[in-house]
Design a protein. Structure first.
Length: 282
Protein backbone atom coordinates (compact mmCIF):
# COMPACT_ATOMS: atom_id res chain seq x y z
CA UNK A 1 0.00 0.00 0.00
CA UNK A 2 2.64 2.56 1.16
CA UNK A 3 6.37 1.76 1.29
CA UNK A 4 7.61 5.14 2.58
CA UNK A 5 5.57 6.88 5.27
CA UNK A 6 6.45 10.15 7.03
CA UNK A 7 5.02 11.33 10.34
CA UNK A 8 5.19 15.01 11.30
CA UNK A 9 5.05 15.34 15.08
CA UNK A 10 6.61 12.22 16.57
CA UNK A 11 4.82 12.38 19.92
CA UNK A 12 2.34 10.04 21.56
CA UNK A 13 -0.13 9.86 18.65
CA UNK A 14 2.39 10.15 15.80
CA UNK A 15 4.59 7.53 17.47
CA UNK A 16 1.66 5.15 18.03
CA UNK A 17 0.61 5.57 14.40
CA UNK A 18 4.19 4.92 13.22
CA UNK A 19 4.36 1.68 15.25
CA UNK A 20 0.94 0.49 14.03
CA UNK A 21 1.75 1.41 10.45
CA UNK A 22 5.06 -0.43 10.49
CA UNK A 23 3.36 -3.51 11.91
CA UNK A 24 0.77 -3.75 9.13
CA UNK A 25 2.79 -2.40 6.19
CA UNK A 26 6.40 -3.20 7.07
CA UNK A 27 7.15 0.25 5.60
CA UNK A 28 10.09 2.62 6.13
CA UNK A 29 9.23 5.46 8.50
CA UNK A 30 10.59 8.99 8.55
CA UNK A 31 9.83 11.36 11.44
CA UNK A 32 9.86 15.17 11.48
CA UNK A 33 9.60 17.02 14.79
CA UNK A 34 10.64 20.49 15.95
CA UNK A 35 11.99 18.88 19.11
CA UNK A 36 15.32 17.06 18.41
CA UNK A 37 14.83 15.06 21.63
CA UNK A 38 11.60 13.57 20.21
CA UNK A 39 13.50 12.45 17.10
CA UNK A 40 16.32 10.99 19.19
CA UNK A 41 13.92 9.03 21.43
CA UNK A 42 11.79 7.86 18.47
CA UNK A 43 14.88 6.45 16.74
CA UNK A 44 16.11 4.83 19.95
CA UNK A 45 12.70 3.19 20.47
CA UNK A 46 12.69 2.09 16.79
CA UNK A 47 9.47 4.02 16.19
CA UNK A 48 11.06 5.65 13.12
CA UNK A 49 14.00 4.69 10.92
CA UNK A 50 15.26 8.21 10.31
CA UNK A 51 14.23 11.69 11.31
CA UNK A 52 14.87 15.41 11.14
CA UNK A 53 13.78 18.69 12.70
CA UNK A 54 13.41 20.10 9.20
CA UNK A 55 10.48 19.34 6.86
CA UNK A 56 12.67 19.93 3.79
CA UNK A 57 14.44 16.63 4.60
CA UNK A 58 11.32 14.93 3.20
CA UNK A 59 12.41 15.93 -0.32
CA UNK A 60 15.01 13.13 -0.33
CA UNK A 61 12.82 10.61 1.50
CA UNK A 62 10.06 11.09 -1.11
CA UNK A 63 7.16 9.74 1.02
CA UNK A 64 4.02 8.17 -0.45
CA UNK A 65 2.02 9.12 2.65
CA UNK A 66 2.55 11.95 5.15
CA UNK A 67 0.56 12.00 8.40
CA UNK A 68 0.49 15.19 10.48
CA UNK A 69 0.32 14.57 14.25
CA UNK A 70 1.19 17.95 15.77
CA UNK A 71 -1.07 20.34 17.76
CA UNK A 72 -3.82 21.50 15.37
CA UNK A 73 -2.85 25.19 15.14
CA UNK A 74 0.48 24.20 13.52
CA UNK A 75 -1.20 22.39 10.61
CA UNK A 76 -1.45 25.31 8.19
CA UNK A 77 2.21 26.33 8.38
CA UNK A 78 3.18 22.64 8.06
CA UNK A 79 0.90 22.36 5.00
CA UNK A 80 2.63 25.37 3.38
CA UNK A 81 6.09 23.84 3.93
CA UNK A 82 4.96 20.38 2.84
CA UNK A 83 3.67 21.34 -0.59
CA UNK A 84 7.18 22.54 -1.53
CA UNK A 85 8.84 19.22 -0.67
CA UNK A 86 6.52 16.29 -1.46
CA UNK A 87 5.73 14.71 -4.81
CA UNK A 88 2.43 15.21 -6.68
CA UNK A 89 1.16 11.72 -5.87
CA UNK A 90 1.96 11.83 -2.13
CA UNK A 91 -1.17 11.55 0.04
CA UNK A 92 -1.43 13.72 3.17
CA UNK A 93 -3.59 12.89 6.18
CA UNK A 94 -3.65 13.84 9.86
CA UNK A 95 -4.60 12.74 13.38
CA UNK A 96 -5.84 16.12 14.63
CA UNK A 97 -8.75 16.48 17.04
CA UNK A 98 -10.37 19.38 15.13
CA UNK A 99 -11.56 19.27 11.53
CA UNK A 100 -14.16 21.82 10.18
CA UNK A 101 -12.53 24.80 8.43
CA UNK A 102 -9.08 23.30 9.02
CA UNK A 103 -9.82 20.48 6.55
CA UNK A 104 -10.81 23.03 3.90
CA UNK A 105 -7.68 25.16 4.56
CA UNK A 106 -5.47 22.07 4.25
CA UNK A 107 -7.25 21.13 1.03
CA UNK A 108 -6.59 24.61 -0.33
CA UNK A 109 -2.89 24.24 0.48
CA UNK A 110 -2.38 20.62 -0.56
CA UNK A 111 -5.21 19.84 -2.98
CA UNK A 112 -7.64 16.94 -3.10
CA UNK A 113 -4.98 14.44 -1.86
CA UNK A 114 -5.53 15.73 1.71
CA UNK A 115 -7.71 13.31 3.69
CA UNK A 116 -8.71 14.53 7.16
CA UNK A 117 -8.74 11.93 9.94
CA UNK A 118 -9.21 11.68 13.71
CA UNK A 119 -8.53 8.52 15.71
CA UNK A 120 -10.91 8.22 18.66
CA UNK A 121 -8.22 6.80 20.89
CA UNK A 122 -5.70 8.32 23.21
CA UNK A 123 -4.79 9.22 26.75
CA UNK A 124 -3.72 12.24 28.75
CA UNK A 125 -0.07 11.24 28.23
CA UNK A 126 2.15 13.09 25.76
CA UNK A 127 5.45 12.11 24.14
CA UNK A 128 6.75 9.25 22.01
CA UNK A 129 7.86 7.27 25.09
CA UNK A 130 4.15 6.49 25.71
CA UNK A 131 3.48 5.37 22.11
CA UNK A 132 1.69 2.00 21.72
CA UNK A 133 1.28 0.00 18.55
CA UNK A 134 -2.13 -1.36 19.64
CA UNK A 135 -3.59 2.06 20.56
CA UNK A 136 -5.99 2.14 17.61
CA UNK A 137 -7.12 -1.51 17.60
CA UNK A 138 -10.90 -1.80 17.96
CA UNK A 139 -11.26 2.01 18.15
CA UNK A 140 -13.14 4.35 15.82
CA UNK A 141 -11.27 6.31 13.17
CA UNK A 142 -13.26 9.25 11.82
CA UNK A 143 -12.45 10.21 8.25
CA UNK A 144 -13.69 13.68 7.20
CA UNK A 145 -13.69 13.96 3.40
CA UNK A 146 -15.07 16.98 1.55
CA UNK A 147 -16.85 16.83 -1.84
CA UNK A 148 -13.42 17.47 -3.46
CA UNK A 149 -11.42 14.76 -1.65
CA UNK A 150 -9.71 12.43 -4.10
CA UNK A 151 -11.57 9.07 -4.05
CA UNK A 152 -8.38 7.01 -4.48
CA UNK A 153 -6.59 8.84 -1.63
CA UNK A 154 -9.63 8.37 0.62
CA UNK A 155 -9.81 4.65 -0.20
CA UNK A 156 -6.10 4.12 0.61
CA UNK A 157 -6.33 5.99 3.94
CA UNK A 158 -9.48 4.04 4.85
CA UNK A 159 -7.85 0.70 3.92
CA UNK A 160 -4.76 1.53 5.99
CA UNK A 161 -6.80 2.31 9.12
CA UNK A 162 -8.91 -0.82 8.67
CA UNK A 163 -5.70 -2.86 8.37
CA UNK A 164 -4.49 -1.21 11.60
CA UNK A 165 -7.65 -2.55 13.24
CA UNK A 166 -9.79 0.60 13.53
CA UNK A 167 -13.47 0.94 12.65
CA UNK A 168 -13.54 3.66 10.00
CA UNK A 169 -16.52 6.02 9.89
CA UNK A 170 -17.04 8.95 7.51
CA UNK A 171 -18.29 12.27 8.85
CA UNK A 172 -18.71 15.80 7.52
CA UNK A 173 -15.85 18.00 8.89
CA UNK A 174 -18.26 20.48 10.55
CA UNK A 175 -20.46 17.76 12.02
CA UNK A 176 -17.27 16.24 13.44
CA UNK A 177 -16.49 19.47 15.30
CA UNK A 178 -19.99 19.67 16.78
CA UNK A 179 -19.92 16.01 17.91
CA UNK A 180 -16.42 16.05 19.41
CA UNK A 181 -16.93 19.56 20.76
CA UNK A 182 -19.66 18.04 22.94
CA UNK A 183 -18.31 14.58 23.82
CA UNK A 184 -14.59 15.35 24.06
CA UNK A 185 -13.71 19.05 24.16
CA UNK A 186 -16.43 20.06 26.69
CA UNK A 187 -15.49 17.32 29.23
CA UNK A 188 -11.84 18.37 29.01
CA UNK A 189 -12.83 22.02 29.59
CA UNK A 190 -14.93 21.01 32.62
CA UNK A 191 -12.09 18.87 34.04
CA UNK A 192 -9.56 21.74 33.68
CA UNK A 193 -12.04 24.17 35.30
CA UNK A 194 -12.82 21.76 38.16
CA UNK A 195 -9.13 21.62 39.10
CA UNK A 196 -9.13 25.44 39.17
CA UNK A 197 -12.24 25.40 41.37
CA UNK A 198 -10.55 23.14 43.92
CA UNK A 199 -7.43 25.33 43.80
CA UNK A 200 -9.56 28.44 44.40
CA UNK A 201 -11.35 26.82 47.35
CA UNK A 202 -8.08 25.61 48.91
CA UNK A 203 -7.32 28.14 51.63
CA UNK A 204 -6.45 26.96 55.10
CA UNK A 205 -7.08 23.39 53.96
CA UNK A 206 -5.12 21.99 51.02
CA UNK A 207 -8.04 20.25 49.30
CA UNK A 208 -5.73 18.40 46.90
CA UNK A 209 -4.69 16.16 49.82
CA UNK A 210 -8.14 14.56 50.07
CA UNK A 211 -9.50 13.46 46.65
CA UNK A 212 -10.76 9.90 46.36
CA UNK A 213 -11.23 7.72 43.29
CA UNK A 214 -14.22 9.73 41.98
CA UNK A 215 -12.27 12.99 41.77
CA UNK A 216 -9.25 11.23 40.28
CA UNK A 217 -11.37 9.43 37.62
CA UNK A 218 -13.23 12.60 36.75
CA UNK A 219 -10.17 14.83 36.43
CA UNK A 220 -7.65 12.40 34.87
CA UNK A 221 -7.95 14.21 31.54
CA UNK A 222 -7.00 17.56 33.14
CA UNK A 223 -3.45 16.16 33.20
CA UNK A 224 -3.38 16.41 29.37
CA UNK A 225 -0.91 18.48 27.39
CA UNK A 226 -1.72 22.24 27.70
CA UNK A 227 -0.49 23.20 24.21
CA UNK A 228 -2.53 20.47 22.53
CA UNK A 229 -5.67 21.56 24.43
CA UNK A 230 -5.08 25.28 23.95
CA UNK A 231 -5.01 24.58 20.20
CA UNK A 232 -8.15 22.40 20.29
CA UNK A 233 -10.17 24.96 22.29
CA UNK A 234 -9.11 27.85 20.02
CA UNK A 235 -9.49 25.94 16.75
CA UNK A 236 -12.96 24.64 17.69
CA UNK A 237 -13.96 27.68 19.76
CA UNK A 238 -17.43 28.14 18.25
CA UNK A 239 -18.60 24.63 19.09
CA UNK A 240 -16.80 24.57 22.44
CA UNK A 241 -18.39 27.87 23.51
CA UNK A 242 -21.87 26.71 22.44
CA UNK A 243 -21.59 23.48 24.41
CA UNK A 244 -20.17 25.35 27.44
CA UNK A 245 -23.25 27.62 27.40
CA UNK A 246 -25.54 24.57 27.45
CA UNK A 247 -23.43 23.01 30.22
CA UNK A 248 -23.65 26.15 32.37
CA UNK A 249 -27.40 26.02 31.88
CA UNK A 250 -27.71 22.38 32.97
CA UNK A 251 -25.41 23.03 35.94
CA UNK A 252 -27.66 25.97 36.92
CA UNK A 253 -30.70 23.67 36.71
CA UNK A 254 -29.00 21.25 39.10
CA UNK A 255 -28.02 24.13 41.39
CA UNK A 256 -31.64 25.33 41.44
CA UNK A 257 -32.96 21.86 42.34
CA UNK A 258 -30.50 21.62 45.26
CA UNK A 259 -31.19 25.23 46.35
CA UNK A 260 -34.95 24.61 46.35
CA UNK A 261 -34.57 21.25 48.11
CA UNK A 262 -36.87 19.72 45.50
CA UNK A 263 -36.38 16.02 46.36
CA UNK A 264 -38.61 14.60 43.63
CA UNK A 265 -37.22 16.72 40.79
CA UNK A 266 -33.64 16.22 42.01
CA UNK A 267 -34.08 12.42 42.12
CA UNK A 268 -35.53 12.47 38.59
CA UNK A 269 -32.65 14.63 37.30
CA UNK A 270 -30.05 12.28 38.83
CA UNK A 271 -31.88 9.08 37.80
CA UNK A 272 -32.02 10.16 34.16
CA UNK A 273 -28.31 11.03 34.14
CA UNK A 274 -27.45 7.76 35.91
CA UNK A 275 -29.38 5.57 33.46
CA UNK A 276 -27.99 7.42 30.40
CA UNK A 277 -24.45 6.96 31.73
CA UNK A 278 -25.02 3.23 32.45
CA UNK A 279 -26.28 2.71 28.89
CA UNK A 280 -22.80 3.73 27.64
CA UNK A 281 -21.38 0.47 29.00
CA UNK A 282 -23.88 -1.55 26.99
P1 LIG B 1 2.33 15.06 21.76
O1 LIG B 1 2.65 16.32 22.51
O2 LIG B 1 2.64 13.76 22.40
O3 LIG B 1 3.08 15.13 20.34
C1 LIG B 1 3.10 16.25 19.51
C2 LIG B 1 4.49 16.33 18.86
O4 LIG B 1 4.43 17.37 17.85
C3 LIG B 1 5.60 16.71 19.84
O5 LIG B 1 6.67 15.79 19.73
C4 LIG B 1 6.02 18.12 19.39
O6 LIG B 1 7.39 18.39 19.60
C5 LIG B 1 5.66 18.09 17.90
N1 LIG B 1 5.45 19.39 17.28
C6 LIG B 1 4.80 20.46 17.79
N2 LIG B 1 4.76 21.46 16.87
C7 LIG B 1 5.42 21.01 15.77
C8 LIG B 1 5.71 21.57 14.50
N3 LIG B 1 5.31 22.79 14.17
N4 LIG B 1 6.39 20.80 13.60
C9 LIG B 1 6.82 19.55 13.92
N5 LIG B 1 6.57 18.97 15.12
C10 LIG B 1 5.86 19.68 16.04
O7 LIG B 1 0.78 15.19 21.37
P2 LIG B 1 -0.21 14.03 20.86
O8 LIG B 1 -1.06 13.57 22.01
O9 LIG B 1 0.57 13.05 20.08
O10 LIG B 1 -1.20 14.86 19.90
C11 LIG B 1 -0.88 15.05 18.54
C12 LIG B 1 -2.15 15.31 17.72
O11 LIG B 1 -3.05 14.22 17.90
C13 LIG B 1 -2.91 16.58 18.09
O12 LIG B 1 -3.36 17.21 16.91
C14 LIG B 1 -4.09 16.06 18.87
O13 LIG B 1 -5.22 16.93 18.73
C15 LIG B 1 -4.35 14.71 18.22
N6 LIG B 1 -5.03 13.72 19.06
C16 LIG B 1 -4.56 13.47 20.32
C17 LIG B 1 -5.20 12.50 21.09
C18 LIG B 1 -4.70 12.17 22.48
O14 LIG B 1 -5.42 11.49 23.24
N7 LIG B 1 -3.51 12.58 22.87
C19 LIG B 1 -6.32 11.80 20.58
C20 LIG B 1 -6.75 12.08 19.29
C21 LIG B 1 -6.10 13.04 18.53
Amino acid sequence: MFKRVAVIGVGFMGGSFALACREVLGCTLYGVDINPEAIRKAKELRVIDEGSTDTTALRDFDPELVVIATPVRTFESIGKNLREVIGQSCIVSDLGSVKGTLVYSMEELLGSRFVGGHPIAGTEKAGVEHARKDLFKGKRFIITPTPSTDAHAKRLVKDLWEAIGSMVEEMDPYLHDFVFGVVSHLPHAVAFALIHTVEELSGEVNLFKYPGAGFKDFTRIAGSDPVMWRDIFLQNSQEVLKSMDVFMNTLSQLRKLIFEGDEKALTEYLALASSLRKSLDG
